[in-house]
Write a protein that binds this ligand. Structure first.
Ligand code: T4K
Length: 387
C-alpha cells in the first residue's frame, strides 16, 4: 500500500498561541499534583502497578459501580487488550463515525472492522444496521457512546445475545454519563475509557477497561504487564499497557475537580445553544434529557443546504478559532479501510451525511461566555455571507 502524506490547509492551521482550541486539557490545581509527585520521588516508584495507580483504580471502580477497573497507558491500548481478552476474531461490527482508534484497535490485530450505519438523531450505532451486516465471520460488536451519549445498550445487548456475539463499548467520550440513571462502565462484557489530555477526565495519557467479569479482568491485567505473574513467571501473551504513577497522580487530582469542569461545560453548552438558536442551518446537538452528561463536546450540526460547514470552519480558523470537523470523513474513507472496501459509503448514508455536516467548537472552563459570543458571531457572519 502506498502511503499518501498531505497537509490540509483547512484542518492544520499554523499555531499562533492566540487560538481558541477544541480539547483544551482540564488540569486540576498544580499544588495538589506537586504533592503527589513529591510522594513519587520519595518512594522512587514511577510505574508498574504503583500505589497511585492502585488508588486510582479503586476510586474509579467505586465511582463507576463496577467490579473491576484496570488502568492502562491509553485508550487505544486498552481497546486492543479488551478485544484480545474477549477473544474477538474474524469480523467485528463498529461505527465508521468515530475516532479512527476504534477500528485501528481491531485491524492492528488482524481483525476486520465492518462498519454499520448510525442513527441520525443520536449519532450512535443503529441496531438494525448492525443486524444487516452480521455474517458467519462476525464475533462481536464494539459500540461507541459518541460525544458521551450512551449507545442503545438494551437493544444492542439483545441483538448480541440473539446472534451469540460479544458486545463491548468504546466509552472514550462517556466518563460520568448515565443511561437510565446508571453510569456508563458496566454495560456489555467490557467498557473502555480514554483518559487522554483532551478528555473530560484526563490522566495526561491514559485509559481503562471497566468490567464486572472477574476472569476477563484477570486476563486484561496479565496482558497489560507482558503476561507476568510474579517476578519471572510469564503465563500469558501480553504487551506493555501500564499506566505510570505521574499519570495516575494527575487523574487523582482531576477527579476531585470534575464537578467544576462539568458545571463550566454545561454553562458553555447552554450559551452556545441560546446564541445559535436563530442561526439558520446550524443546530447544537443536545444530550438525552434526564441523564447525567459530561458536555465534553459542543457539537454543531450544519445543514449544508442552508449553510456551508466547511465555509464556517474556514472562517473560524481564519479568526483563530480552531473548531474541528470530528469525525470527518468517516473511518471507512481512511486507510487501510478505504482501499479494503471502497464502496462502504453506499451502505453508510447517515454516516456520510453527518460527517459532512458536523462541527465541534471550543468549550470547557477555559472558554468564556464572551469567547462564545465571538465564535457565534463569526459563525453568523459566515452563514449570512457577510465578509
Ligand atoms: N475511541 C474514541 C471514540 C476516541 O475519541 C479516542 C480518542 C480513542 C478511542 C483513543 O483513545 P486514546 O488512545 O487517545 O486515549 C484527539 C485525541 O488525541 C484523542 O485522544 C481523541 N480520541 C480524539 C477525539 O481527539 P486529535 O488527533 O484530534 O488530537 P490533536 O493533537 O489534534 O488535539 C486535539 C485538540 O486538542 C487540538 O485543538 C489541540 C488541543 N490540545 C491537545 C493536546 C494533546 C491541547 O490544547 N492540549 C494538548 O495537550 O485526537
Amino acid at each position: 500500500m502506498s502511503i499518501e502524506l498531505h497537509h490540509d490547509q483547512l484542518t492544520d492551521p499554523v499555531p499562533t498561541g492566540r487560538q481558541l482550541h477544541v480539547g483544551r486539557p482540564n488540569l486540576g490545581p498544580r499544588e495538589e499534583l506537586d504533592r503527589l509527585i513529591d510522594g513519587i520521588y520519595a518512594r522512587r516508584w514511577v510505574t508498574n502497578d504503583g500505589p497511585l495507580v492502585r488508588q486510582l483504580e479503586d476510586t474509579l471502580t467505586q465511582r463507576l459501580g463496577v467490579r473491576h477497573c484496570i488502568a492502562m497507558c491509553n485508550g487505544t491500548v486498552a481497546l486492543e487488550i479488551a478485544i484480545r481478552a474477549l477473544g474477538l476474531t474474524g469480523e467485528v461490527i463498529v461505527p465508521s463515525f468515530t475516532f479512527v482508534a476504534t477500528a485501528h484497535a481491531l485491524s492492528w490485530q488482524g481483525i476486520t472492522p465492518v462498519f454499520a450505519d448510525i442513527d441520525p438523531r443520536t449519532h450512535n450505532l443503529d441496531p438494525s444496521a448492525v443486524e444487516r451486516v452480521i455474517t458467519e465471520r462476525t464475533t462481536g460488536i464494539i459500540a461507541v457512546h459518541l460525544w458521551g451519549r450512551p449507545a442503545p445498550v438494551g437493544e444492542l445487548q439483545s441483538l448480541a445475545d440473539r446472534h451469540g456475539l460479544q458486545l463491548m463499548y468504546d466509552a472514550a467520550h462517556a466518563f460520568d454519563c448515565t443511561v437510565g440513571g446508571k453510569r456508563v462502565g458496566g454495560f456489555g462484557r467490557a467498557e473502555v475509557f480514554s483518559f487522554h489530555g483532551t478528555k473530560f477526565f484526563n490522566t495526561f495519557e491514559g485509559g481503562a477497561i471497566a468490567t464486572d467479569d472477574d476472569e476477563l479482568a484477570a486476563t486484561a491485567r496479565l496482558m497489560r504487564n507482558f503476561g507476568f505473574s510474579g517476578y519471572d513467571n510469564v503465563i500469558h501473551p501480553g504487551t506493555n499497557g501500564k499506566m505510570s504513577e505521574v499519570c495516575a497522580a494527575m487523574g487523582l487530582v482531576n477527579l476531585d475537580h470534575l464537578d467544576t469542569v462539568v458545571k463550566e461545560n454545561r454553562r458553555a453548552h447552554t450559551t452556545y445553544t441560546n446564541l445559535l438558536r436563530d442561526v439558520p442551518g446550524v443546530s447544537v446537538v443536545q444530550p438525552d434529557p434526564g441523564e447525567a452528561h459530561n458536555h465534553q463536546y459542543v457539537v454543531l450540526e450544519v445543514d449544508n443546504d442552508r449553510a456551508s460547514r466547511d465555509g464556517i470552519l474556514a472562517r473560524l480558523h481564519a479568526n483563530d478559532v480552531l473548531a474541528r470537523r470530528y469525525f470527518w470523513p468517516g473511518v471507512h474513507r481512511m486507510q487501510p479501510y478505504a482501499s479494503a472496501d471502497p464502496k462502504a459509503g453506499e451502505r453508510l448514508p447517515v454516516t456520510e451525511r453527518l460527517a459532512a455536516g458536523i462541527l465541534v467548537v471550543p468549550t470547557g472552563p477555559s472558554v468564556s461566555d464572551s469567547d462564545i459570543e465571538r465564535v457565534v458571531s463569526i459563525i453568523r457572519d459566515a452563514v449570512d455571507g457577510r465578509p
